[in-house]
Design a protein around this ligand. Structure first.
Ligand code: HEC
Ligand code: HEC
Ligand code: HEC
Ligand code: HEC
Length: 351
C-alpha cells in the first residue's frame, strides 16, 4: 500500500478500501469484515506472502455458486463483472517537462489525478470472458519519432497470464508543444472491491456502456489542486474518452506549464479506438424468462424462510436446513433454473 496510485490496483488497497483507497472513502471489499485475508483467495508464489499470485480462487467458499454460474446465461462473465461497482486510483497521466529528484527532466509523470470511476466497463478478455476494467487516458510529450496507431486493443500478455490491455493511439502534434505526444489508453482488469451486484439494467438497458469519472489533481508540481471529470464510452463503434474537462479554475505554480501537467487541454478528443465494445442486446424472450424464473425462486425461498423461522423461534434444531436454504438461495440468485430441484427437496424437508 505504500505506493498507491493506479498501481493501487496492483497492491490490494482497493481490497481494503476506506482510508486505504485512493481517493480515500471508497467501499471496502465485503470480505474484509469477514476477516478474509489476501491469501485466502490468492495463492502465494515462491517468495511466500510477498509474492501473492494474481490468480485467485473462490471455490473454497462459494463452490455452489461457481457450479451454478457454469450453467448460467452468465457463464462467460467474471464474478467481478457484476460484483465490482466502483474503482479508484489515478484517472490520467500527462508526461512532460518537470523536476525529478530536484533536477529538470523532460519526462516527469504528472499522474495525481485521483478519483472514482463508476461503473467498470466490461470487455472481453483473450478467451472471450467478460471482465470489468478500468480505462484511462495517457500521454507522453517529448517523443521524437512518429508512431502509428494500432487499431483496437492489445493484450499485454496475449497468452493470458494477465488480462490487462492497452490501445496504442499513435503520436499527435501540439503547436508550440513538446515534440510529439504519444497517446494511449490504459486498460486494466479489476477485481476488488466485491460487494452487492449491479442491477440487471445497468448492463442490459443499453448496449452502450458509459462510465463516469471525477478526479482531483494534486501533484506537488504544475498547479495548485483543481478538479475535473471525463467519461469512458464503449459502444458499437469504439472505445473512447469523452468530455475531459477541469471543473474548477487551474492556477499554475510559478514554473508550471499547462502543456506539461495537462497536455489533455491541448490534445482534445484523441483518446479513441475503433471496434465493437458494446454489450450485446439480449434476446428479449430469454431475458423475460430469466427474470421471471428469478422472481419465482425468490418467492419460493421466502416461503421456506418463513417456515424455517417459525421452527427456529420454537427452538427446533434446523441448522442443517438453514444451511441448505442459504445454499439454495446462493444458487437461485445466479441460476434460477438449477435451484428448482434444491427447493423441491427443501420444501419437503421443512414440512
Ligand atoms: C475474495 C477473494 C480475494 C481476496 C480476499 C483478495 N483478492 Fe486480490 N484478487 C481477487 C481476484 C479474483 C482477482 C483477479 C485475478 C485475476 O486477475 O485473474 C484479484 C486481483 C488482485 C490484484 C490484481 C489487480 C486487481 O485489482 O485486479 C492484486 C494486486 C490483488 N488482487 C491483491 C490483493 C491483496 C494485496 C489482497 C489483500 C489485501 C487481496 N488481493 C485480497 C480476489 C481476492
Ligand atoms: C475464505 C472464504 C471465502 C473465499 C475464498 C471467498 N469468499 Fe466471497 N464471501 C465469503 C463470506 C463469508 C461472505 C459473506 C456473505 C455470505 O455469508 O455468503 C462472502 C461474500 C461474497 C460476496 C457478497 C455478495 C453480496 O451480495 O453481498 C461476493 C460477491 C463474493 N463473496 C464473491 C467472492 C469471489 C468472487 C471470490 C473469489 C475470488 C470469493 N468471494 C472468495 C467467503 C469467501
Ligand atoms: C450476472 C451477474 C452476477 C454474476 C456474474 C455473479 N453474481 Fe453473485 N450475485 C448476483 C446477484 C444479483 C446477487 C443478489 C444480490 C446481491 O446480494 O448482490 C448475487 C449474490 C451473490 C452472493 C451473496 C449470496 C447470498 O446468499 O446473499 C455471493 C456470495 C455471490 N453472489 C458470489 C458470486 C460469485 C462467487 C460469482 C462468480 C462465480 C458471482 N457471484 C457471479 C449477480 C451475479
Ligand atoms: C455486469 C453486467 C451484467 C449484469 C448485471 C447482468 N447481465 Fe445479463 N448478460 C451480460 C452479458 C455481457 C451477457 C452476454 C454473455 C455472453 O456473451 O455469453 C449477458 C447475457 C444475458 C442473457 C442471455 C442473452 C441471450 O440473448 O442469450 C440473459 C437472458 C441475461 N443476461 C439476463 C440478465 C438478467 C435478468 C440480469 C439481472 C438478474 C442480468 N442479465 C444481469 C451482462 C450482465
Amino acid at each position: 500500500m505504500c505506493h498507491a496510485g493506479t498501481m493501487e490496483r496492483r497492491r490490494g488497497d482497493s481490497y481494503l478500501g476506506k482510508e486505504f483507497s485512493e481517493p480515500a472513502g471508497l467501499p471496502e471489499d465485503v470480505h474484509v469484515a469477514k476477516k478474509i485475508q489476501c491469501v485466502d483467495c490468492h495463492e502465494t508464489g515462491p517468495g511466500g506472502m510477498g509474492h501473492i499470485n494474481r490468480k485467485a480462487t473462490c471455490q473454497d467458499c462459494h463452490i455452489e455458486i461457481e457450479q451454478a454460474m457454469a450453467e448460467s446465461v452468465h457463464k462467460k462473465l467474471a464474478c467481478a463483472a457484476c460484483h465490482v461497482k466502483v474503482l479508484g486510483g489515478y484517472e490520467m497521466t500527462s508526461w512532460g517537462p518537470g523536476e525529478i529528484l530536484s533536477k529538470p527532466n523532460p519526462f516527469k509523470k504528472y499522474s495525481l489525478y485521483y478519483g472514482p470511476q463508476e461503473p467498470p466497463i466490461l470487455l472481453r478478455d483473450q478467451n472471450g470472458r467478460w471482465m470489468p476494467t478500468k480505462i484511462w487516458p495517457n500521454s507522453a510529450g517529448g517523443i521524437k519519432e512518429n508512431i502509428v496507431p494500432k487499431p483496437g486493443i492489445t493484450f499485454r500478455w496475449p497468452k493470458g497470464e494477465t488480462h490487462d490491455a492497452y490501445a496504442l493511439l499513435g503520436t499527435f502534434r501540439v503547436p508550440s508543444g513538446n515534440n510529439n505526444y504519444l497517446a494511449w489508453l490504459q486498460i486494466e482488469e479489476v477485481a476488488h472491491p466485491y460487494g452487492k451486484s449491479r442491477p440487471c439494467g445497468s448492463c442490459h438497458d443499453s448496449e452502450t456502456q458509459i462510465s463516469r469519472v471525477t478526479w482531483k489533481y494534486f501533484d506537488t508540481q504544475g498547479a495548485e489542486p483543481f478538479t475535473g471529470s471525463q467519461k469512458v464510452v464503449a459502444d458499437k463503434s469504439g472505445l473512447q474518452i469523452r468530455d475531459i474537462k477541469a471543473t474548477s479554475k487551474i492556477v499554475p505554480m510559478p514554473d508550471g506549464k499547462t502543456i506539461s501537467f495537462a497536455a489533455w487541454l491541448y490534445l482534445g478528443d484523441i483518446w479513441k479506438t475503433h471496434g465493437d465494445f458494446s454489450i450485446p442486446k439480449s434476446d428479449p424472450v430469454k431475458y423475460r424468462s430469466f427474470s421471471k424464473d428469478l422472481r419465482t425462486v425468490q418467492a419460493r425461498l421466502k416461503v421456506i424462510d418463513r417456515q424455517l423461522m417459525k421452527k427456529e423461534s420454537r427452538g427446533d434444531d434446523v441448522k442443517k436446513l438453514r444451511r441448505k436454504w442459504k445454499e439454495a438461495k446462493a444458487v437461485a440468485l445466479h441460476e434460477p433454473g438449477s435451484a428448482e430441484t434444491l427447493l423441491d427437496q427443501l420444501g419437503i424437508l421443512v414440512q
